[in-house]
Write a protein that binds this ligand. Sequence first.
Ligand code: NAI
Length: 325
Amino acid sequence: MTIQGSRRSASLIRRAAVIGSGVMGAGIAAHLANAGMRVLLLDVVPQALTAEEEKQGLTLADARVRNRLAAAAVGRMGKAQPAQLYDPAWTARIMPGNLADHAAELGEADWIVEAVVERLDVKREVFAAVDAHRRPDTIVTTNTSGLSAASMAEGRSESFRRHFAVTHFFNPPRYMKLVEIVPTADTAPEVVSLLREACEKRLGKGVVIAKDTPNFIANRIGTFGMLVTLEDTLGYGLTVEEADALTGPAMGRPKTATFRMLDLVGLDTLLHVVDNVRERSENPGERAVFARPAVLERLVAGGRTGEKAGAGFYRKIKGKNGSEI
Ligand code: NAI
């Protein structure tokens, strides 16, 4: 079934695949499962097994996926990360696995969402594999925070390019209302309509159609504000709690306004987002604001990438939160 000539409805999206099972991939998979879809959740990077996992005979990638998925589903990723499934029993709708072993099953998916690390080279590699295995009518979207959609689709088949767009979910995907949809010049209008319908009617989101500019709309503005707050916080000698209190409830915004939000997003991901605007913006003033903050580089180099690592601006030790900068 091709997009052209047949008006598909979003209700026909029954099977989805999410590639990348980190903070966003696990959350998106959970929310697609909330909408009744069966979801194949695939990961790409095997990492070291724990001794316990070795004893259980798990493969590297399967262990990684299961751990992250379970943590996301039951809300164990930290206080700031609420459970993302409406019903924990719905983990049964999500099948985790390693991309290398399950690539052929991508052909069963009506919608494939890519949510791997924010690097163009890595995403392009994933899309080459997806292009080889998808059905001709499978819709493919990326959750990129703001990399060039056109560059991601470059070199892919015509069918892929017609069915490809950005669906930028916000963190956590179950709770955040906005999805930015970013088509490329090649995306079929029917695909944009279908994605809008799926996001609005099935996932309960509000949709903004954005242009393919660095970091689209929300991240371009939001990250600018984050960086200015970070600079001012350090400049005025405020603690992270003081900055969160001042930029949060005192201004009618949530407690997660600045530093808690950065920990939730992931400081490594923020560095990628910052680099993307600095390297692609034509505005010298903007390029200056999007310089890499030294404190972020220091924390990331020390492994403190935020909630997902158990420590970022806030350190979480045995469930108790204390802060450091
Ligand atoms: P994460 O760091 O939690 O997970 C990254 C995923 O990429 C993992 O599945 C990991 O196994 C995989 N990965 C890492 N290095 C790889 C490599 N060299 N090759 C292949 N796979 C690799 O990241 P997160 O936060 O889930 O971000 C995923 C995407 O979503 C990124 O494009 C990010 O910009 C975007 N995003 C992130 C948001 C956030 O608040 N964290 C919000 C909206 C979009």
